[in-house]
Design a protein. Structure first.
Length: 194
């Protein structure tokens, strides 16, 4: 098994929405910070050790990233590459100057999430595509192009902010692939039903 997939499945790029989330469903507070005073509460689990090294290997072992425009711009397009990976941004508006001229590994895709995912999977080859951003994850589920969801469920209640799954078109069945429970977070990975 490779990350919950058998050898045959591992030869095809898998798209994975990977997000940290509060117990009440928020991925950021109302000001787009990640919870807490310093904006990093939802990622404190990573600094605490435990399975962080395995997750870091997964992220670094990916072949491409799809990020929503809002997420990409908030992160300044990760300086032009997400750990050296190409970034695909589905958007109906043209990119800003930095993304247009200064970041050669950033591609804005204007013809929809399906096209962005196809381009990201082609760039990733046999490696996974990491999906960043709640809106983009929701649109990928809606379009039927998201394969898996990985949630790092943090034992905190933010009470308000941006939800991970705000608007979905209908019921979406998930199959549990993996559960890792630690005091800092419960790490849940699901396969998205079609």
């Amino acid at each position: 098994m490779v990350d919950g997939r058998d050898q045959k499945e591992a030869l095809v790029a898998v798209s994975v929405l990977d997000m940290s989330m509060s117990l009440d469903g928020y991925i950021a507070d109302p000001d787009d910070f990640l919870g807490g005073e310093n904006g990093e509460r939802l990622h404190d689990w990573f600094a605490a050790g435990g399975p962080a090294e395995a997750f870091e290997r997964e992220w670094n072992g990916a072949g491409a990233v799809i990020a929503g425009r809002r997420t990409a711009e908030l992160m300044d397009h990760w300086g032009g590459s997400h750990h050296g990976l190409p970034i695909f941004v589905p958007s109906h508006r043209p990119p800003g100057p930095a993304a247009r001229w200064g970041y050669p590994l950033v591609t804005y895709v204007s013809d929809g999430i399906e096209s962005a995912m196809a381009q990201a999977k082609a760039a990733a080859g046999e490696l996974d595509v990491q999906v960043r951003g709640a809106y983009t994850g929701q649109r990928a589920i809606e379009a039927g192009v998201l394969d898996e969801v990985q949630v790092h469920l943090v034992p905190v209640l933010l009470g308000a902010g941006r939800r991970l799954f705000d608007v979905l078109p209908s019921l979406v069945e998930l199959t549990v692939v993996r559960v890792i429970d630690t005091p800092q977070a419960t790490h849940l990975r699901y396969r998205v039903g079609r």
